[in-house]
Design a protein around this ligand. Structure first.
Ligand code: SAH
Length: 381
């Protein structure tokens, strides 16, 4: 068991010594059940209750013996992040401010589309990477999220979804850098893709990274086979290094080498995200260089015109240049899609998650978007 295993923290109060069930893999829950004197398969039953029936009250878990239900009520907790506030965009995107057990706050986003419902979840509270065009970087890193806090976001968002609507896709594109919190993210992905639990096909899960090369290699070695997205946004080390300080540690050549070696399942591709900024990284020369850089990598490119904020020193590329960029990519043999931004009016779009209201940063008024306060218990039982 890893850091989620508990009851061992010194000086922990009896309440704090409860085992948080979220964040344990199925195998760990089986071991925990055994440690309580139960058969291992009882742990698997609990796992199913947590994720397939999304149960939060062990008292109602009918196939669990009464005595073990008592043990669960006494020694376990289900620490789902609490809904603190919700904002709804004109386009249907819903942004949630979530409260964690220690009072830390994060944001997650539900993005409805014709045939899918995507949960965009966070891997850290804040972020340490300071990409020059991303608002999350302005917060700095508060802390890593635990595996239960990562998995719990999906449960909380599913609970907030419209009746009958199921979260179909998960993207780790919220706050934070997932590969900077590798162990907890890996454990969360094992839980989310477990067929006995939430059962998300790895094909419907995408991890997005700024390009931490050792993390990409560890992800490759993990065998998880989730989709990989790389935030690129620059075509020379000089340019990318100015926008994304991480490039000084892992320059383009090393990053793209790790991408070339990434073991892609058949018919799958790596996604490169490229944020287009007016006269910063959007020239015809950039587009040509990008096609050359990506040669030999099975990939597609998502072109994201910058989401604007008064807190950022850049402007989005004009539409005409975005389209010219795409055309040059196509001529160079690379598939490139222009992504329309979702949830911009409520600061739910890419790179805009920053808890500004929590920090007294100025926010644009959003008269057209709805906001409501919510109050849900943090953990149960
Ligand atoms: N740290 C990871 C996960 C966050 S994903 C990563 O960076 O990949 C967030 C995505 O939003 C990244 O692709 C990032 O490049 C993009 N992004 C950041 N700021 C943005 C902005 N202002 N406008 C558009 N996209 C932005």
């Amino acid at each position: 068991m890893g850091q989620a295993a508990l009851g061992t923290r010194q000086g922990a109060s009896r309440a704090a010594a409860r085992q948080d069930l979220l964040g344990l893999t199925r195998q760990e829950l089986e071991a925990w059940a055994e440690a309580q004197g139960e058969a291992a398969y009882r742990g698997r039953q609990v796992f199913k209750w947590l994720y397939q029936k999304r149960g939060s009250d062990p008292g109602a878990w009918s196939n669990i013996p009464r005595a073990f239900r008592g043990v669960l009520a006494e020694r376990a907790a289900i620490g789902r992040p609490a809904l603190v506030r919700e904002e709804v965009s004109r386009d249907g995107t819903r942004k949630f401010l979530l409260g964690l057990g220690d009072g830390e706050r994060i944001e997650s986003v539900l993005i409805p589309d014709e045939d899918r419902l995507t949960a965009c979840i966070s891997s850290q509270a804040g972020c340490a990477l300071e990409c020059g065009f991303c608002l999350t970087g302005l917060m700095g890193l508060k802390r890593n999220l635990g595996p239960g806090e990562i998995v719990g976001q999906v449960l909380t968002l599913q609970g907030a979804a419209a009746p009958g609507a199921r979260v179909s896709h998960i993207v780790l594109m919220g706050m934070g850098e997932p590969l900077a919190n590798f162990g907890n993210v890996e454990r969360a992905l094992r839980i989310l893709t477990d067929p006995d639990g939430p059962g998300f096909s790895p094909r419907r899960v995408t991890l997005s990274t700024v390009g931490l090369v050792p993390g990409i290699r560890r992800l490759a070695a993990s065998g998880l086979q989730v989709n990989l997205a790389i935030s690129l946004s620059g075509t020379t080390d000089e340019q990318r290094g100015r926008l994304m300080p991480v490039n000084r540690r892992y320059p383009l050549e090393a990053l793209l080498a790790a991408c070339r070696e990434y073991p892609l399942p058949p018919r799958r591709r790596i996604t490169f995200e490229y944020v287009l900024m007016d006269r910063v990284n959007d020239s015809a020369e950039d587009a040509r260089r990008l096609t050359v850089l990506l040669r030999g990598i099975r990939c597609k490119v998502n072109l994201l015109p910058l989401n604007e904020s008064p807190l950022l020193p850049f402007r989005p590329s004009p539409r005409q240049r975005v389209e010219a960029f795409q055309k040059t990519m196509h001529e160079g043999g690379v598939t490139a899609t222009i992504r329309e931004s979702r949830g911009h009016d409520i600061s739910a779009a890419c790179g805009m998650l920053h808890n500004a209201s929590e920090q007294g940063l100025p926010l644009e008024a959003n008269p057209a978007s709805g906001e409501k306060a919510l109050d849900t218990p943090q953990a149960s039982p």
